[in-house]
Design a protein around this ligand. Sequence first.
Ligand SMILES: [Zn+2]
Length: 459
Amino acid sequence: MKKGFQGSPSSGPSARIAFDYKPQQRTRPNHARWFVSGLVLPLIGGIVAYTIATREDSFVEPRPPALSVANLPPIEIEKVTIPAAMPPSVLGDTVEFVVRRNDTMDRIFRQLKLNLTDLANLRNLPDVRASIDQLRVGDTITLVHDEGLLQSLTRRISETEILSVTRVNEGFRSEVIETPLDIQEVQAEGTIESSLFVAARAAGVSPELILQLANDIFGWEIDFALDIRPGDKFHLVYEQKYRDGKFIGNGRILAADFLNDGNLHRAVYFESADGKMADYFAPDGRSMRRQFLRAPLEFTRISSNFNPKRRHPILNTIRAHKGVDYAAPTGTVIKAAGDGKVKFVGTKGGYGRVVVLEHGAGISTLYGHMSRFAGVRNGQRVRQGTTIGYVGSSGAATGPHLHYEYLVNGVHKNPRTVRLPDAAPISDEYRAEFLTKAGQLFAKLDRAGAAQVASTLPQ
Ligand SMILES: [Zn+2]
């Protein structure tokens, strides 16, 4: 995430589009349960890597008594890639360890029967401690050891950096090797027939990218749960990341058109040269954001709308429903709809566990029926998107949902239709830079559109 940019899905307008998407399996899914491996590989420098496969719950000594194909357990043969960054002079046995749940460096060293003093020495290197101790499931750590004495440790610590630690006479030496990404700009477009996600898939656009579009860019202008029509079109210019010619993942959307019910919505990503300003804007410099999220959670459905004349389901009396009920599983994160200050946190009659926020300009928001609070205190300042509590059914609730109210000068407004105040537009300081950069991106959208029109004309 670049400096100054707050546009993660968690800070989107509402994250109204949510679905059960599982990230792509890693290319070597077995590594999640089977720790490596190696195989007899003729390598320069005489490194012999061998393969032991073992279940994570029954660790087997990684070193067979003698290296012979006959006494290796049946395993799947797979290629071990020694990272290019590995110092070629290191001799020893190479283990590629794929981090599993609950793994720690201590546990890995113990399992591999590596010298624990080496680990302690590694941790004493400046800046290395955090880099080796922050493990994520699926990370690969390449360790070279000689009879348990660590010779080198290599792991990727970011998309563009590899940490490499090598034994030297006095101990260990660490360096961070830059592996820059090659960012390419690509375009995609699609027409919606049944759903946005189906259209995205047909256009080769990943679900994460289409969530960026729906949540971070157009989520304030278009209600993707209700307003999408067959015939709606999208057109994106976005980044793809490559390393050594290999596709690593998608980057951000740089410019987007969304034609909704005949209305063209258009946005561009702008990052100022000084790095202080980075966000999505309309062509005229208006922010794509609003000061409030339309809905402060990812909900399953709206279980009750704002309705001044509703019969209350429990009290069975005509009582105005002064908010919107968003059904969601117990424990679903509830976010502050806008920047503000906690005015009340506690239990209050039918609301159950409730938080009230004050946002200035006479606007306040209320969040009821929480199962628990997220450590918020009276008077505390919160930012838009801050987790303030979790969905529950405390108070007078028939099932888990968030009861959400939006008030202006004490008067209840319909949170789904109220005009939300705009976020700040592009400032004068950046206006010229914005117009230049945005103009270039919009030209790309226009050129592609023109090319498409031309290609459909009879020759
Ligand atoms: Zn309600």
